[in-house]
Write a protein that binds this ligand. Sequence first.
Ligand SMILES: *Cc1c(COP(=O)(O)O)cnc(C)c1O
Length: 384
Amino acid sequence: MQQVYLDHAATTPVRREVLEVMQRHFAEVYGNPSSIHRAGRQASVLLERSRETLAGLLNARPGEIIFTSGGTESDNAAVRGIALARRAMTGADRLLVSAIEHKAVLETVEEMRDRFGFKLDLLPVDREGLVSLDDVARALGDGRDVALVSVMYANNEIGTIEPIAEIGSLCRSLNVPFHTDAVQAGGKLPLDVEALQVDALSLGAHKFYGPKGVGLLYLRSGAPFWPQMTGGGQERGRRAGTENVPLIAAMAKALELAEQERNDEEQRLRTLRDYLIGALLESVDGVQLTGAREKRLANHASFVVEGAEAEGMLIALDLAGIAASSGSACASGANRPSHVLEAIGLSPHLAAGALRFSLGRDTTAADIDYVLTVLPEIVKRVRS
Ligand SMILES: *Cc1c(COP(=O)(O)O)cnc(C)c1O
């Protein structure tokens, strides 16, 4: 049976060139990068070369890159590390985050509120999922009591791209630290941290054809930060633990390739995505696009299907060889509607029919045609 993988927002396959880098280094570079001897130096050279590559791609300095175990850890480290340090320095205790953040940010700020006494303000979004700059400016006030602002670059469930550079500029003018969860944006949107005006930015390699279990946190030099992992002093004391050098080298290769191909791939994916969106809205009634029409990731098409349960559609699609998602791994299976769909004003009834197709490097027009052939029948069956 035809197999069509359209869940690249959940994860991507490791691409061949990246796998080769990883395998070679796993086999050959076994030293501890902190060791004095030759094997250690070999690992340390590779580690620092990878750091330089990644820093270059982000327009950052190598010393501003902290390697982590992935997007979740980067988000946790940024939120906890910056907010706790800034409160200790200045007394600022308000956290400002968008209502549609990934749970790695959202549950972390909720914990900061419930266990550590921070105040939490959620920034609302409009029907397209966009944060308003006026709301950010109003919530910031003079900024003196704000410990951290965190707004994601692109949303995983609905694909909406937020105005990060503009929010960054507002925060910078008030000296308020600004973090962005760029995990969905990695390899798809420009990551220049100067242009984006961010103090911290999270990435996870497995969203851009790198391995799982590795990511990075960009942390601007001079930003307040308390390490969340202490011990051996690695990563300039900001994240202890022996670095996983082969995975880090693989991440550098993956982002390098993604950046080289980004413009061409964006055009190609946008065309396929628009074809899917147009044809689906046409061929199935009671379907609505979720998220922004224009300001959205080029590979991302998300919908709600009225009167059809997501789970039923996903199982039927899987039987037809198509891998899709309802949009949030955490929400699938549970009966709780997604906090993102709630925030854009959808009723629980509509939100129950969420369907996300996220395209990737291997996606072809034939794949989209296949989805368009089977989906109308599936929707009819699940509805009845
Ligand atoms: C996938 C994802 C994460 C979590 O990243 P992991 O590397 O899987 O821990 C965080 N934020 C967003 C927006 C994501 O899409």
